[in-house]
Design a protein around this ligand. Structure first.
Ligand SMILES: NC(=O)c1ccc[n+]([C@@H]2O[C@H](COP(=O)([O-])OP(=O)(O)OC[C@H]3O[C@@H](n4cnc5c(N)ncnc54)[C@H](O)[C@@H]3O)[C@@H](O)[C@H]2O)c1
Length: 220
């Protein structure tokens, strides 16, 4: 039986790409496009779906996740800029949150962890389009946390750039005497996020833990 999916934020940039990807994916069925811009409310579709994918706004994502949990519906969340500590799955609902669904960005975070063991002086520059509501980006914040967890500095400085003409780029720069190492990821098309989103929709129901943060935890 197909996994029945609703996309919250369906009229937005990521939501549109997600609807297209869900419709093209074998074993997934797009049941609803939820967005105030389309006049469709999440509460009206929760009874008909297995998974909600949320690409909305920092100020509404948590409410959407809590509505999914109350209804026992799994949530795959890409929205960034809200407090993850407030997410408490229950009712058999599982929640996967990934600040970046692009495989290249996941690898950038893992390579940064590896480099931090040997080169602890590090700063992050993240560059995004000027419509982005949160700063620093969720990807930069998570990269910084992962570097700290790997034995790097407790505070990794993050510099945020917001300009038209950009989708999402990130540089992690390590500096040592006489050398630097720069690890850089560039997003040139939002389709880069879609294999990760589709994988998350397929795997969220069978995750061992109720709450998983980071795409890397469900990669084979
Ligand atoms: N995790 C990732 O890989 C990844 C990648 C890119 C962007 N993002 C994040 O995804 C989010 C969305 O980005 P975007 O560029 O698509 O934004 P966007 O502004 O283009 O779209 C957001 C959409 O959400 C809708 N919306 C607002 N309130 C809603 C509600 N209560 N329920 C349903 N929909 C609602 C808006 O009408 C809008 O259409 C941002 O937080 C961004 O940082 C994550």
């Amino acid at each position: 039986m197909a996994i029945r999916v609703a996309v919250a934020g369906a009229a937005g940039k990521m939501g549109l790409a997600t609807c297209e990807a869900v419709e093209a994916a074998a074993g997934l069925e797009l049941i609803a496009r939820v967005d105030p811009a389309l006049g469709v409310d999440l509460a009206d579709v929760l009874g008909e779906v297995d998974v909600v994918v949320d690409f909305t706004r920092p100020d509404v994502a948590l409410g959407n996740i809590q509505a999914c949990i109350a209804a026992g519906v799994h949530a795959v969340v890409g929205t960034t800029g809200f407090d993850l500590a407030e997410v408490k799955p229950a009712n058999g609902a599982k929640v996967l949150i990934a600040p970046n669904f692009a495989i290249g960005a996941v690898l950038l975070m893992q390579f940064s962890q590896q480099a931090a063991k040997y080169m602890p002086k590090v700063e992050i520059i993240e560059l995004h389009h000027d419509q982005k509501l949160d700063a620093p980006s969720g990807t930069a914040a998570r990269t910084a946390r992962m570097i700290t967890e790997a034995g790097g500095p407790a505070e990794v400085p993050i510099h945020s750039v917001r300009l038209p003409g950009i989708i999402a780029n990130q540089e992690v720069i390590f500096g040592e005497v006489g050398q630097t190492l720069t690890i850089r990821h560039d997003t040139t098309d939002r389709r880069s996020f879609m294999p990760g989103v589709v994988l998350a929709v397929r795997k969220v129901a069978s995750m061992d833990q109720d709450l998983v943060v980071g795409l890397e935890h469900i990669l084979d």
